[in-house]
Design a binder for this molecule. Structure first.
Ligand code: ADP
Ligand code: ZN
Ligand code: ZN
Length: 830
């Protein structure tokens, strides 16, 4: 039989252009497939895990190296993904390896450091082993673990995976590689009564004994029995953790009971991904007339191959429409991707979907650890391998990185809160927007796309207005719940009349007191975290600055520190001004922490909680704040943007927006759009079935057009004014923006380089080049930054314009003076 000479083009996990070709050893001809990981050598003696992009027989112009081994028995990445990655690298102007790094969970990016160890169940039977296998066993007996490349040195052969594979099958060795390690199923220590004490007659005297001598232990025992008899689904397994928590006792007390032989402990394997069974049939949802129409319009749009923009006011029932669409899609045997902003991915929405779809829903969240993510990855992959049989997901609810999952038959993509800026990845490359990428992803799969929002981004609405997308509207809240009444507190007026109490208008305070008296809840929105914006010397106006970045340090009351919000640098609050020696240093501006503290002064009885980046660092903190608010253990929730996202509380009657002006004066062409979105979204949290909610906006400028649009709930008029500006000043959607950031430690060199670069760009793009300018923060971690903004015309081929840009970048890269300047490209910056 003739042996083919095969080659593979692989993607390396490095920010290098293009793909590299390697030769496949004959022995691996039958195993190698596109989408498998292989071990290759790249550069001097460096070993990497690369991904096979293509298998072919085209002999390259140079003599390629051999691949060293194949890591997978089946592909981990499919053809759809490769097409998606290619598009992403091209569109966002980054390297294939950068896309791969963003796409694969860390555990799948193993290098050849993967190690093998002896299987503890192997009894040392030599007769099972051939010569090479014996060598490996001997080496392992001495060294405990060997990496795959070490095994390959030991055996003096490149393709060791087959050897390793058979040895694993024979039960001689195990892969200790991180992959396996990270995958180790999560086990929990559980507690049960020992056989003897299952008898009530033995148990009863024990109660009396403990009652006299060991109250704490009695507490544990009683808690145990209570959980066992009354807990959820008759709690088959009671974990040690739960028992200690519920009984509020210490591990020592429990150990004492184990020592006495009352309890015994054992381990149980739990899936990391919690399970729930579906409790409701999606068919039981009855949509109202508007919702039925919306779903019909969306389905109609899909038939035309068009993206549907669902513009539905807050609480119009967008989610119910999504559920209907999901049901249809999975009944056709296809997969669904439901994207949400990270922060909106709460148990509220998860439970809502699980209620209808149970275990078919997988959650993909960046706060999940890597093994959880690999578990989701594999279950989505499993759908492709066995057509949805067994344990696989056909619905994934996820944050932006969920677009990278190995879908094989996507039928529907939902992007909820499509205007949300957290869909954009800033750093590192690929600097993609998951909403826009999702539209492309759906196109590859010929899947339908719904972009949903109460406040769509201007670009999406423009697409809908111009007919590229289908505009579907839900303009009423579900069940005739009224939109909230929006009122303005005129700060200028109140200041003049000396009515202000610290940062609160008298109007807002009165309304808060009223709501509290009615036992209703309140949300206060302040667009900044930290205690105060900054410290400032009264005498000389000195302001503390970060030593690494060009930003003002923010004061954090709780820690008593000044902190840089860019790099995390912290400093102590000085006793006196380091510039002039004056001790009169004062606070300027206010953040959430200050709001929380001042509130306690004016409303001492209210139970107040704060929700911002500082109070939600741990995985559960955010959820706990929400639960407490839901359970009405909190009266007032003070927070940043976080409180504006997708929360649904039924007892909030009042929303306060403390400082509308700082959103409106932010120097950015999107600031009005953003201000409208934030105010409209947070307003949407007010209102209940039986009572109209109220929103109070504090502002120096109550007649500002954006505030008026919020009051009138008039998105369309906001859009009309903004789209005019965009057209006049040449911004998206009429032009495509590309931000070029140049970076260097030497500011002089950077300035010269940036000027020359901008000049060369001007020769090609004329007035489409803005800058170079210092960004608002011009130095981060000791690197100086300079921005150039490019406006691509839409009437000339974008790829041609990109190529021109690449050519200029190449010139910079070849220049002896400026090649050390780093150039960062951000396509469609926000
Ligand atoms: P949105 O996502 O547009 O903000 P939701 O889908 O959260 O709105 O709906 C708001 C509220 O109205 C929710 O409590 C939801 O359960 C309820 N609701 C909406 N549509 C229906 C329906 N067709 N049947 C029953 N309840 C509905
Ligand atoms: Zn800093
Ligand atoms: Zn001073």
């Amino acid at each position: 039989m003739e042996r083919k000479t095969l080659f593979v083009d692989v993607v390396l996990p490095l920010p290098i252009p293009g793909r590299y070709t390697y030769r496949v050893p004959f022995e691996l001809n039958d195993e190698i497939q596109q989408g498998m990981r292989v071990v290759v050598q790249f550069g001097k003696q460096k070993i990497y895990t690369a991904l096979v992009y293509r298998v072919h027989e085209e002999v390259p112009a140079y003599v390629p190296k051999y691949i060293l081994s194949v890591l997978d028995a089946a592909p981990v990445v499919n053809d759809f993904q490769f097409r998606f990655w290619d598009w992403m690298a091209d569109y966002y102007m980054c390297r294939p390896g950068e896309v791969m790094n963003a796409a694969l969970p860390a555990a799948l990016k193993l290098a050849s450091e993967s190690r093998v160890v002896l299987d503890s169940s192997y009894g040392g039977e030599m007769e099972l082993l051939n010569e090479r296998e014996l060598l490996v066993v001997e080496a392992l007996a001495n060294r405990k673990a060997l990496s795959i490349s070490e095994v390959s040195d030991l055996l003096d052969q490149k393709k060791v995976i087959p050897v390793i594979k058979t040895m694993i099958e024979k039960g001689v060795i195990l892969l200790e590689e991180e992959l396996i390690d990270r995958f180790r199923p999560k086990t929990e220590v559980c507690v049960r009564l020992s056989e003897k004490y299952k008898d009530d007659d033995v148990l009863r005297p024990l109660f009396d004994l403990l009652n006299k001598k060991a109250q704490k232990q009695l507490e544990i025992l009683m808690t145990f029995i209570n959980i066992e008899r009354n807990g959820p689904e008759k709690s088959k397994h009671i974990t040690r953790q739960q028992l200690l928590k519920d009984s509020e006792t210490s591990a020592a007390q429990l150990s004492a009971l184990v020592k006495k032989g009352v309890f015994e402990t054992y381990e149980v394997v739990f899936s990391r991904l919690y399970k729930t069974d579906r409790t409701d049939d999606p068919a039981s949802i009855v949509l109202n007339e508007e919702q039925e129409q919306a779903v019909a319009d969306i389905n109609g749009s899909f038939e035309l191959g068009k993206v549907a923009l669902l513009h539905g006011v807050t609480s119009s029932g967008k989610t119910e429409c999504y559920i209907r669409l999901i049901e249809k899609t999975i009944s056709e045997g296809k997969q669904v991707l439901f994207l949400l902003p990270e922060i909106a991915l709460t148990t509220q929405i998860i439970n809502r979907l699980r209620k209808y779809f149970g275990n078919r829903v997988g959650i993909y969240h960046s706060k999940y650890n890597d093994s959880e993510r690999v578990e989701v990855w594999n279950k989505v992959l499993a759908f492709g391998r066995n057509g949805g049989e067994g344990s696989s997901y056909d619905i994934v609810l996820g944050a932006r990185s969920a677009i990278f999952l190995p879908f094989s038959n996507l039928g529907l993509v939902i992007v909820d809160e499509e205007h949300d800026t957290s869909y954009k990845q800033y750093d590192p490359a690929p600097r993609y927007n998951a909403r826009d990428a999702a539209v492309y992803l759906a196109w590859i799969h010929k899947a339908g796309v719904v972009l949903g929002s109460a406040t769509p981004c201007i670009e999406s609405y423009y697409n809908a207005k111009s007919g590229k997308y289908t505009l579907v509207e839900l303009l009423k809240r579900y069940g005739n719940v009224m939109m909230p009444e929006v009122l303005v507190a005129d700060i200028k007026e109140e200041t003049k009349k000396k009515l202000m109490k610290s940062i609160f208008s008298n109007f807002l305070l009165e309304q808060m007191e009223q709501a509290l008296a009615n036992k209703e809840q309140i949300i206060l929105f302040q667009n900044r975290r930290g205690f105060s914006l900054r410290l400032e010397c009264k005498e000389c106006s000195w302001v503390p600055q970060c030593v690494h970045c060009d930003v003002t340090l923010i004061h954090h009351k709780q820690s008593g520190n000044l902190r840089c919000h860019y790099c995390g640098y912290t400093a102590r609050v000085p006793d006196k001004c380091p510039a002039c020696g004056n001790t009169a240093i004062m606070m300027k501006g206010f953040g959430t922490e200050k709001v929380e503290e001042e509130l306690a002064v004016f409303l001492p009885k209210a139970r107040i909680k704060r929700m911002d980046l500082d109070t939600t660092r741990t995985r559960n903190a955010y959820q706990r704040l929400i639960n407490d608010f839901e359970d009405r253990k909190t009266d007032i929730l003070v927070g940043t943007q976080m409180v504006t996202k997708g929360l649904d509380f039924d007892n909030v009657s009042l929303v306060g927006i403390l400082n509308a002006d700082n959103m409106l004066t932010y120097p950015d062409f999107r600031s009005f759009e953003r201000a409208y979105q934030m105010m409209a979204q947070v307003s949407g949290r007010a209102g209940r079935k039986d009572k109209q909610g109220k929103v109070i906006i504090q502002s120096y400028n109550p007649w500002h057009s954006v505030i008026r649009f919020v009051i009138d709930n008039d998105y369309a008029s906001m859009y009309d004014t903004q789209i005019l500006e965009r057209r006049n000043f040449k911004y998206p959607p009429f032009y495509r923006l590309l931000r070029i950031t140049l970076k260097h430690k030497d500011s002089d060199l950077l300035n010269r380089g940036a000027r020359i670069f901008a000049e060369s760009l001007r020769r090609r793009f004329n007035e489409g080049v803005l800058g170079p300018e210092y960004p608002p923060v011009s130095r981060i971690k000791n690197y100086y930054l300079k921005n150039i903004l490019l406006k691509f015309r839409k009437d000339v081929s974008v790829s041609q314009q990109k190529n021109q840009l690449y050519e200029e970048i190449k010139v910079m890269g070849n220049s002896t003076d400026f090649k050390s300047i780093r150039i960062i490209l951000d396509v469609d910056p926000l």
